[in-house]
Design a protein around this ligand. Structure first.
Ligand code: CMC
Length: 431
């Protein structure tokens, strides 16, 4: 924190207000406006929070202009290359990479908490048979608080850790059950001997009547996608988890609210939307028409999987996952599936198009994750569920950081009221 100040002047009244200047750990200046309304009667207006830092956080760093993403200081490229999803999870939650013994303990503890209560499994039967798996996931995750009263006291640090571990451990089981229910197959119990992502594949794709062997390329690809999606500072879903948590709600309810925010096509739903878009485009001969639609201000169509609020140079996750995407397509891609040719054609043309270059719209991580999921045989309506499983560790880490911050307060934005001025009620017969 520096001792500089910023001065703002109200040009109408001549009033000058001095505000404290802050600096974040990377030297980016910020104006502390927290007392602006209370002491001076002014609001700030920032719809979409484009210039508003809502918290201090030591978890994830992004420099959108330079295309930098780091977890706890470690570059995403190094973690994707050399780490594993559970090691990254430990790092995000605890702040440091674990030694061998701590990592082994953590992995073994997470793999021993993967089961769901049998009565929770029966919840799924209440959903309509063709429910979207994200709808089931929101409901089941929210209901976890009804099963784990012993870890919902947010003021008890031990409760917080237990709840965080439970969430991380049970999300693959919940996700796989959402899928199995949607296709009418029996739920598969987790196998503690498998890796985090191997277990998820096992619970999604094995059936009780046959042996299932997890494919190592699929397992590695999933692990890497999960590392890339594990946290992304104050995005819409994480900000939602923090806002829900700021009122003291239990962590399971908070994560459930994060899942709802993730669902939309502008956020985590983009990976599913990419596949719907490719289906709609249908053929490489239609690419030019759809690029023109994306550029047309009067047409709501957008190229799904392109653009990002923060990355205005490139999405570093996309650079890493793109390479993996080609490896996966080589092994699993159906060479006769026109979808892959279409995706690659779209990528090539959009990268050369002036509109996309000028507006700094590049393929983001979810352009490629959708294509990888499709090649791995994961159904389209499960794409955002996979994202939710990977992001859970980010949500719980951010939630724990917020709750343990001294002086933590409820999040409560203000508004600029633009509705009617005071008026008298008119009885219905006189209206
Ligand atoms: N296709 C066509 N035009 C676009 C696109 C796109 N995908 N994205 C942005 N633009 C245009 C937009 O019309 C605007 O043009 P103008 O300045 O002339 O009004 C300009 O680029 C800036 O866009 P914006 O909507 O003001 O930017 P934003 O920061 O509010 O939105 C975004 C970011 C990611 C929501 C947006 O780029 C988008 O809708 N992309 C498609 C959905 C998508 O892929 N989302 C996943 C993001 S990565 C996963 C995650 O972290 O959630």
């Amino acid at each position: 924190m520096g001792n500089k100040t910023f001065t703002i002047t109200d040009n109408e009244t001549g009033k000058r207000i001095e505000l404290p200047a802050l600096k974040d750990g990377q030297g980016i200046p910020a104006i502390d406006i927290s007392t602006l309304y209370r002491d001076h009667g002014y609001l700030t207006f920032d719809p979409g929070f484009q210039s508003t830092a809502s918290c201090r956080s030591g978890i994830t760093f992004i420099d959108g202009d330079k295309g930098i993403l780091r977890y706890r200081g470690y570059p995403i490229e190094q973690l994707a290359e050399s780490s594993s999803f559970l090691e990254v999870s430990y790092l995000l939650m605890n702040g440091e990479l674990p030694g061998k013994e701590k990592l082994d303990d953590f992995v073994s503890m997470i793999s021993r908490h993967t089961m769901l209560k049998e009565s929770l499994r029966t919840f799924y039967k209440g959903f309509y048979h063709d429910a979207h798996p994200m709808a089931s996931m929101v409901g089941v995750v929210g209901s976890l608080s009804a099963f784990y009263h012993d870890s919902t006291d947010v003021h008890d640090p031990r409760h917080r850790v237990i709840a965080a571990h439970r969430m991380l451990a049970k999300m693959p089981t919940i996700a796989a059950a959402c899928y199995k229910y949607s296709i009418g197959e029996p739920f598969i119990y987790p196998k503690n001997s498998l890796s985090y992502c191997g277990n998820l594949l096992h619970m999604m794709f094995s059936v009780p009547s046959e042996d299932y062997v997890v494919d190592p390329v699929a397992e590695k690809a999933l692990d890497m996608i999960f590392i890339l999606h594990a946290d992304h500072e104050q995005n819409a879903s994480t900000a939602t988890v923090r806002l829900s948590g700021s009122s003291g709600s239990n962590p399971f309810a908070c994560i459930s609210s994060g899942i709802t925010a993730l669902w939309g096509p502008a956020h985590g739903g983009a990976n599913e939307a990419v596949l719907h878009m490719l289906n709609e485009i249908g053929d490489t001969s239609n690419i030019a028409k759809y690029i023109a639609k994306a550029k047309d201000k009067d047409d709501p169509f957008r190229l799904m999987g392109f653009g990002h609020r923060v990355y205005k140079n490139h999405d570093p996750r996309a650079t890493i996952i793109r390479k993996m995407c080609y490896e996966v397509l080589e092994k699993f891609g159906d060479p006769n599936d026109p979808m892959f040719e279409l995706a690659m054609g779209l990528e090539e043309i959009a990268l050369k198009d002036d509109y996309f270059i000028e507006k700094k719209l590049y393929p983001n991580v979810d352009f490629y994750s959708g294509i990888i999921y499709k090649a791995l045989g994961i159904p389209t309506n499960m794409f955002t569920v996979m994202f939710a499983v990977a992001r859970t560790v980010g949500w719980v880490s951010q939630w724990m950081e917020m709750i343990s911050e001294p002086g933590q307060r409820i999040g409560r934005p203000r508004q600029m009221y633009v509705g009617k001025d005071v008026r008298d009620y008119v009885p219905v017969e006189k209206r």
